[in-house]
Design a binder for this molecule. Sequence first.
Ligand code: NAD
Length: 247
Amino acid sequence: MTALVTGGASGIGREVAARLRDAGHDVVVWDLSGGDIVCDVSDPDAVSTAMERTVREHGVPTRVVTCAGIGASGMLLKQSLAEWERVLAVNLTGTWLTLRAGAQAMVDAGVSGSMIAVSSISGTVADRDMGAYCVSKAGVDMLVKVAAVEWGGYGIRVNAVGPGVTRTPMLPNPEALPGWVEGMSERTALGGLGAASDVAGAIVGVLELHWVTGQIVHADGGLALHSPIDAYGQLQRVMAQKRDEQR
Ligand code: NAD
């Protein structure tokens, strides 16, 4: 079976490609460099050309994983338009172009398949200083839902996996900011930061869930589970104590 992994030359995508290869797939990696096919996923012509070559040389990919993405920070008041557009072009439009090309190839060949878009917990929770990134990943989450309902009739499943904070080249040195890793680890139910292999395991798992489509699965160790309401029980106890004192 042919599998396509975008962004598969690094980080999470590299782990996904390795796991799919181990499972016996003929894996084709698209990336800016270091993959099998050079492709900027934000360029519609490049995506079309890369899909034509993939189908010609390897057959129709019936497993598609879109890991290509860029991190970005910036407060909304300071964000440049160029940076905003670049983040959306790669993370959201690039994901759509890839999924669309993959689905079209499957529909044309009359075969079914499964696709995973790599999103982020930042598509669900609001991170300050990461507005464009959050919006791009929220778009990915909705994209997989719409794609799932539109392409389900062709036997094509489409899901998203949203990593939490994961040690990859996108996050080269999180220890640089003292206390950052410790704070993150403390707020993660399973403790610590994720590894690319943790997220890749979730991706290849969801890829093969045959009755699951249009879902967003967070592979984050429970980082995004916390309610923003702090210590409500403690507040209740203080108020009860005050009431007792006033009696
Ligand atoms: P990474 O930087 O190691 O890998 C990203 C890959 O995407 C690289 O190989 C890069 O060359 C490729 N890429 C970037 N722009 C591209 C483009 N225009 N066309 C084709 N390829 C392109 O980072 P990663 O952490 O492995 O990220 C993989 C995915 O996981 C991304 O979508 C990222 O947003 C998401 N994610 C990562 C984290 C994290 O903490 N690392 C958290 C949440 C989500």
